[in-house]
Design a protein around this ligand. Structure first.
Ligand code: C2O
Ligand code: CU
Ligand code: CU
Length: 504
């Protein structure tokens, strides 16, 4: 097929570069749904409905929803849509959230990144059976930021989050409001997932042996539960709140036209300074807050949010780029293995449809000023703890052990500052997540050997590549109680790469 023929098949996506694996795949025969479609059918992006306090109910249930034009899929979601609603809260308020479980199995929700009382953290021992409900009482003590929530059911986190048991949790505060960042229609919360979609519109989740080791990778991107959506934008600056809610995939987020991204925040809110980057690596669980400037894109053209190809990070697997391209460009679903880690994917297409005069905050110069400086403790750490992440013989362990619900692995005196050192002794990447804290990434030894631009603010999840040691400074001063630390590759987590710690 020549490029012109390809572009015709791509329809509106004429700005799509050749590495846009997914449109190419779809153009070769979009068989998603009942009958093959000759051309791409893109659904408009939908923003999840917003729910606010002081009280609301999330009802987890199975439903059939439209995830692409004419394509219905069975999802498990805490709401009416393909994923959960976006929770919006102000710092200082108190939310009472009831979770009703109308799913056919046990579940529980965890508020990822927020520091909450033990009873509200969604530890798997708190899971409720089908037909039960759980009441959360959550004082919002964290700063403005992009947090999220998802199932934390024992051994079922992966499949439940995959089916739609996830959503965004946005906290706003006065400090952030003063910056007058793009808001309203110019602020887009984006929950990114990848799934395998069968011809009948089912989400297939069935990790085979090698996937239990490396992770489970989809062949189809979803944003806010919609398959490869399209969104109409104006020639101005947008704020994208990006959440990697995939099962196992590291996303190398970039724009298809090569334009840069202005990174303003991460897991725990705004950074001290914004930074202009070409791409952002986000592992499962991590977030990025970015400004994207469409003012130089001619009206009528499209720019896509993509995950760029990168070499397989798996030690001993060689270069992944060619492999990724090959899979993305034709064999994805046929091969049955999804697009591998590092394979190129188009996630969301922005169609510039309307010219406007950009607002003043669109200027990178204006944004280079100091943003909200996070108050961070400078107390000297009481101790260093080392956690070694191993994957071998079909087991994923931390310091040689798999998760035991009843075993207390680490006890920490309330209020103390510690250095936690994460060592990856395995061939696979591990995004390490700690509940109940926002830590500072202090140092990375081995591998990439430095702190990445998107790791410069408070974080709750940090990617530890094979051969890397990452040191973080953690303060345990929110609540006493029993919480979790685990790998956020959900296949690894479900396999037991998790431990209990208690703040006493
Ligand atoms: Cu986002 Cu314990 O998880
Ligand atoms: Cu968490
Ligand atoms: Cu892992």
């Amino acid at each position: 097929m020549d490029r012109r023929h390809l572009l015709r098949l791509l329809g509106t996506a004429t700005a799509a570069p050749l590495f846009d694996g997914v449109p190419f795949l779809s153009a070769l025969g979009d068989t998603i749904g009942a009958s093959p479609r000759p051309r791409l059918a893109r659904a408009p992006l939908r923003l999840a409905p917003v729910v606010r306090g002081p009280e609301f109910t999330l009802r987890a249930q199975e439903r059939v929803v439209e995830i692409a034009p004419g394509v219905n899929a069975r999802v498990w979601s805490p709401g009416d849509g393909p994923v959960g609603p976006t929770v919006e809260a102000r710092a200082g308020e108190r939310l009472k959230i009831r979770l009703e479980n109308a799913l056919p199995e046990h579940t529980i929700l965890h508020w990822h990144g927020l520091r909450v009382p033990e009873a509200a953290d969604g530890h798997p021992r708190l899971a409720i059976a089908s037909g039960q409900h759980y009441d959360y009482d959550i004082p919002i003590i964290d700063r403005a930021g992009t947090y999220w929530y998802h199932s934390h059911a024992h051994h079922r986190t992966g499949i439940q989050a995959y089916r739609g048991m996830a959503g965004l949790f946005i906290v706003r505060d006065e400090h952030e409001s003063q910056w007058q960042l793009p808001a309203g229609a110019h602020e887009l919360p984006l929950l990114i997932q990848d799934r395998r979609l069968t011809p009948t519109g089912e989400f297939e989740y069935n990790p085979v042996m090698h996937e239990v080791m490396e992770g489970y990778f989809g062949d189809t991107p979803f944003v806010n539960g919609i398959r490869l959506p399209i969104h109409d934008v104006e020639t101005t600056t947008y704020r994208l709140r990006l959440v990697n809610a995939t099962t196992s995939r590291i996303l190398r987020l970039a724009l298809s036209n090569g334009a840069s991204l202005q990174l303003i925040g991460g897991d725990g809110g705004l950074f001290e300074r914004s930074e202009t980057v070409d791409s952002i690596d986000l592992a499962t669980g991590e977030r990025a807050d970015v400004l994207v400037d469409f003012s130089k894109v001619p009206v009528g053209q499209s720019v896509s949010l993509v995950s760029q190809p990168f070499p397989s990070p798996v030690n001993g697997m060689g270069m992944g780029m060619g492999r990724g391209m090959g899979m993305g460009m034709g064999m994805g679903r046929m091969g049955g293995g999804g697009i591998p880690q590092g394979g190129a994917m188009t996630l969301l297409e922005f169609r510039v449809v309307h010219g406007v005069t950009p607002k003043p905050w669109a200027s990178p110069l204006a944004m280079a000023r100091t943003l909200a400086p996070p108050e961070r403790s400078t107390r000297s750490p009481a101790r260093t703890r080392t956690f070694r992440f191993d994957s071998m013989a079909m087991q994923h362990t931390i310091n040689g052990r798999t998760f035991d619900m009843e075993r207390m692995d680490v006890t920490i005196p309330f209020g103390e500052t510690e250095i936690w050192q994460f060592e990856n002794a395995s061939p696979f990447p591990h995004p390490v997540h700690v509940h109940e804290v926002q830590f500072d990434v202090m140092q990375r030894i081995g591998g990439r050997g430095r702190i990445m631009p998107w790791e410069r603010g408070p974080k709750d999840t940090v990617l530890v590549m094979p051969g890397e040691q990452v040191r973080v400074r953690v303060i345990f001063d929110a609540y006493r109680g029993r919480f979790l630390m685990h790998c956020h590759n959900l296949v690894h987590e479900d396999a037991g790469m998790m431990l209990n710690f208690e703040i006493v």
